[in-house]
Design a protein around this ligand. Structure first.
Ligand code: ARG
Length: 442
């Protein structure tokens, strides 16, 4: 069924048909499309454009189509231009000519705009729930493994932190991702339905009614904007991109931690793969794929930004390109959150290896300098003294706390027995604002 054709003498070229059709992609919107149509028809009844019987027939037909699709009886296949034509064609087959009244005071421009907004609302809310689970998983893993660990700058050992505190940094990042998505959901929550093609309709329709039926916060204010606004897709893809960047950074860290050189964590076999050649290999493919797939989500964002950048108002067919990149990014984000949650949940954290690494990294050197400052040594001099201590330790292959008092005093007469307590790794975390690194103070 074609939704247009009256003013055409020739059939569409087959190649053009293939090029133009979006059914294979936008069939994912079937639920939203049917629900949007049901609300629209009820509204047409309310304002007396359709009779009660007509409304009942059309609504019944649409509900039947939705049920049959969900039950797998009606397949989303066939030679249709888009999901809108599919639904209308099926309705016509099922209830006859009254189906032709469905599209009164509506265009596919406001129809697709409302469908897509509803779809984004449903799907992004689901992502937000998954993000909450990931946050819970990170918090739990951290609580169970509050072990001392070296913190890094330049990927060089810097100062003592805890494994939990490192994970909690990601919790903060991912909490912001959640807020960004919720904010975008709030902004997009305005119904464009009733804007029609670009300039409304001469019929007295009730846009507030359809907005309420479909669960929108309010209606959009300008018809031209309503049918050509894709800001929310940009915003969500941007929030997805930032989220993926965070997941990619976390993946990269876990990959590094899982190397034999670090051994901070051991990945579960469930989320690792082997090599066809090297029998000893256990590779972190799960995390590498998350890192790798980040690029396609960025790609989606650049895609939609580029599609929209020079479009005149109002609707242009270019906008049809919003779906493929959005769906792909959505699917990617969905599976990546699930996989990283699984990886974190099942990985083993190696307390002893992190302790060993602490000792090798002279990670309490800053605190030795702080100690000297407390004893009255100017910080610059203290820095120099500790630098020499580290050099000595490096030559002797020892850590600072393993030096005896005579050795330490040879670098500064201001070092006393109480140094050992001061530079104990756990004690360090009990002083100053480092207190907030430990769980009790969360
Ligand atoms: N498939 C189209 C899209 O996704 C639906 C809107 C078509 N509107 C039109 N004027 N041809 O953008």
């Amino acid at each position: 069924m074609k939704l247009w054709g009256g003013r055409f003498n020739k059939d569409t070229n087959e190649l053009m048909k293939k090029f133009n059709n979006s059914f294979n992609i936008d069939k994912r919107l079937y639920r939203q499309d049917i629900k949007g149509s049901i609300a629209h028809v009820k509204m047409l009844g309310k304002v007396n454009i359709l009779s009660r019987e007509e409304v009942d027939k059309i609504v019944g037909g649409l509900e039947g189509i939705l049920k049959d699709i969900e039950d797998g009886i009606l397949k989303l296949e066939g030679d249709y231009e888009d999901i809108h034509s599919f639904v209308e064609a099926k309705l016509l087959e099922r209830i006859g000519d009254v189906a032709k009244k469905l599209h009164t005071s509506r265009s596919r421009n406001d129809q697709v705009a409302v469908d897509m907004k509803m779809f984004v609302k449903d799907e992004v809310l689901n992502i937000v729930l998954k993000i909450a689970k990931l946050i819970d998983c990170l918090i739990k893993k951290g609580k169970e493994n509050e072990y001392l660990m070296p913190g890094f700058t330049h990927l060089q050992p810097a100062q003592v932190i805890t494994f939990r505190y490192h994970l909690m940094a990601y919790v903060e990042m991912i909490k912001r991702d959640k807020k960004r998505l919720l904010n975008a959901l709030y902004l997009l929550d305005e119904s464009p339905l009733g804007s029609c093609a670009l300039a409304g309709t001469t019929n007295e329709i009730d846009r507030e009614f359809t907005a309420g039926e479909l669960g929108f916060r309010c209606i959009t204010q300008n018809y031209l904007d309503s049918v050509s606004d894709r800001d929310y897709i940009i915003e969500i893809l941007s929030a997805f991109s930032i989220l993926m960047m965070h997941l990619s950074r976390l993946s990269e860290e876990i990959i590094i931690w899982s190397t034999p050189q670090f051994r901070f964590i051991t990945l579960s076999d469930e989320y690792s793969t082997g090599s066809s050649l090297m029998p000893q290999k256990k590779n972190p493919d799960s995390l590498e794929l998350i890192r790798g797939k980040t690029g396609r989500v960025y790609g989606g964002l650049i895609n939609i930004l580029t599609v929209l950048k020079a479009l005149p108002l109002a609707y242009n067919k270019d906008m049809q390109e919003d779906k493929e990149c959005f769906f792909d990014a959505l699917d990617t984000v969905n599976i990546c959150i699930d996989v990283i949650t699984g990886v974190i949940d099942t990985m083993k954290v190696n307390k002893e290896e992190m302790l060993k690494s602490l000792k090798k990294g002279y990670i309490n050197a800053t605190e030795v300098a702080d100690y000297l400052v407390k004893k009255g040594v100017p910080f610059r001099d203290a820095h120099e003294i500790v630098g020499r201590i580290v050099l000595y330790c490096e030559e002797k292959n020892r850590s600072i706390e393993d030096l005896n008092l005579v050795e330490l005093k040879s670098f500064s007469k201001d070092i006393y027995e109480d140094i050992y307590e001061y530079i104990d790794y756990l004690n360090i975390l009990k002083k100053g604002n480092k207190k907030y690194i430990l769980m009790e103070v969360e």
